[in-house]
Write a protein that binds this ligand. Structure first.
Ligand SMILES: Nc1ncnc2c1ncn2[C@@H]1O[C@H](COP(=O)(O)OP(=O)(O)OP(=O)(O)O)[C@@H](O)[C@H]1O
Length: 227
């Protein structure tokens, strides 16, 4: 599903040391991976390589057997829209739209995801199903998203990532604003959706108490020490 070979990444070409130096990383389909590391260790930088937002300075990043460096910027944008659901740290929701509208937007740039999402019922019904499955009550589905609590907005961001069952879900610190009990129950809901959609899940956090919930843990510091 994901394979990295001799990857380095420098933000600026004259940086003395690369931000990332990962000799090898392999993640199989369906794994639920907890990726942790101290602040500034490069977690978000790595996620941007996996999502094809950036490309490595050297080495190769393969996602679903595609070498992302060999795709043009436009091809990478299409690849991301078709195959990757991204839950951003700050959610990136459109504040003047409702939860249902924010979620359906998740497949506006992908025919494949739109088709998959509207297979058994309408796109709006699928958005409502996902929002409810991720813990947002139906009376909140058509409110203005800016009026929702942080925890409710987080559920909208997760539903938008899952619509159309993308192969890979990337979650960048999505639970940092929640208390422990809410964090664990939200992660359980994420796992349920990932299993239903048969999606691989990469979840980034520096909260190591969440580790035991996942079937694989990767330390970014150890990954970089394989050299
Ligand atoms: N757009 C950018 N331009 C230049 N340097 C950057 C950029 N984004 C991140 N960096 C640098 O790359 C390094 C890794 O940052 P990154 O955000 O990937 O770490 P992180 O592990 O996700 O941190 P946190 O847990 O605090 O979010 C840091 O030194 C940071 O200053």
């Amino acid at each position: 599903m994901i394979s990295l070979k001799n990857v380095t990444f420098k933000w600026h070409k004259d940086d003395a040391k690369p931000t990332l130096n990962i000799p090898h990383l392999s993640i199989s389909k369906g794994e639920h991976v907890f990726l942790h590391g101290p602040s500034g260790s490069g977690k978000s930088t790595l996620l941007a390589l996996l999502a094809g937002i950036n490309t490595p300075t050297s080495g190769e990043v393969y996602i679903l057997n595609n070498n992302l460096s060999q795709l043009s910027n436009t091809q990478r944008d299409i690849f991301r829209a078709e195959n990757i659901g991204y839950i951003f740290q700050n959610f990136n929701l459109l504040p003047y739209l409702t939860p249902i509208e924010n979620v359906t937007l998740g497949c506006d740039f992908s025919k494949k995801r739109k088709q998959l999402a509207s297979q058994s019922h309408s796109l709006e019904n699928e958005a409502a199903r996902l929002l409810s499955a991720l813990g947002l009550h139906s009376q909140d589905h058509n409110k203005n998203v800016a009026t929702l609590s942080i925890g409710q907005q987080q559920r909208v961001a997760a539903a938008r990532a899952f619509i159309g069952s993308p192969e890979l879900i990337i979650a960048d610190e999505p639970t940092s604003a929640l208390d422990t009990a809410n964090r664990e129950s939200f992660i359980t809901l994420l796992f349920n959706q990932a299993e239903q959609a048969n999606s691989t899940l990469i979840f980034v956090s520096h909260d190591e108490t969440l580790k035991p919930l996942f079937n694989r843990t990767i330390s970014l510091v150890s990954l970089q020490e394989q050299i």
